[in-house]
Design a protein around this ligand. Structure first.
Ligand SMILES: Cc1cc2nc3c(=O)[nH]c(=O)nc-3n(C[C@H](O)[C@H](O)[C@H](O)COP(=O)(O)O)c2cc1C
Length: 177
């Protein structure tokens, strides 16, 4: 039987009381209906890495920190990633950036998709994430899933899978302010 792609759903906030775990669980429930891929929640709380403090970029040298070793080992097992991101001051979270900086080859040539929530569906955070994903040599989905003001986009409410979630464009949410 051919191997199906294994997708990691990264919980992009680690703070006490975070919403991200609820957004990730919500997305996981939808994605788990797919039979042509498998999904797993990857919680950054399980990878408490210090602020990046390695002698060189992971592009040139594997990180030495023991948690970062676990993080890169986990990434190696994933065929693609869905980043569930908050928006903090029009950017994404520092903890997510730190996790991204701790790996390089493990991201290369893998598809990346984004789920955002907040006032404008984390649109501005996702724009930044997409640029960083390109630098990590990922293949970011040009479309994103947004959850704004607690509303679920119609195509998601209808229970469509990952193909369906990508029907709303980041740029379309700007007017929400
Ligand atoms: C430091 C900080 C900055 C924020 N900046 C924004 C923002 O720029 N845009 C926005 O829509 N929400 C902003 N928010 C609200 C967050 O979207 C909201 O708190 C969300 O729950 C954060 O995600 P989390 O609970 O998973 O950490 C901000 C929240 C914090 C704590």
């Amino acid at each position: 039987m051919p191997k199906i792609p294994h997708i990691g759903i990264v919980v992009g906030s680690t703070r006490e009381g975070r919403f991200s775990e609820r957004a990730a669980a919500w997305f996981h429930r939808i994605a788990a209906r797919r039979t042509d891929l498998s999904v797993e929640i990857v919680d950054l709380r399980d990878y408490p890495m210090p602020f990046f403090d390695e002698p060189a970029s992971p592009a040139w040298m594997p990180p030495k920190h023991h948690v970062a070793e676990r993080w890169t080992a986990k990434l190696t097992l994933l065929d693609g990633l869905v980043f569930v991101t908050p928006e903090y001051n029009h950017g994404y979270s520092a903890v997510l950036k730190n996790a991204l900086d701790y790996a390089f080859q493990q991201f290369n040539r893998k598809p990346a998709a984004f789920v955002g929530y907040g006032g404008v569906g984390a649109a501005r955070a996702i724009e930044q994430l997409r640029m960083v994903a390109v630098e990590l040599q990922m293949a970011p989905d040009p479309q994103v899933c947004e959850r704004r003001h607690g509303r679920v986009p119609r195509h998601l409410a209808a229970g469509q899978g990952i193909r369906g979630f990508s029907a709303s464009r980041t740029g379309g949410s700007r007017s929400a302010g």
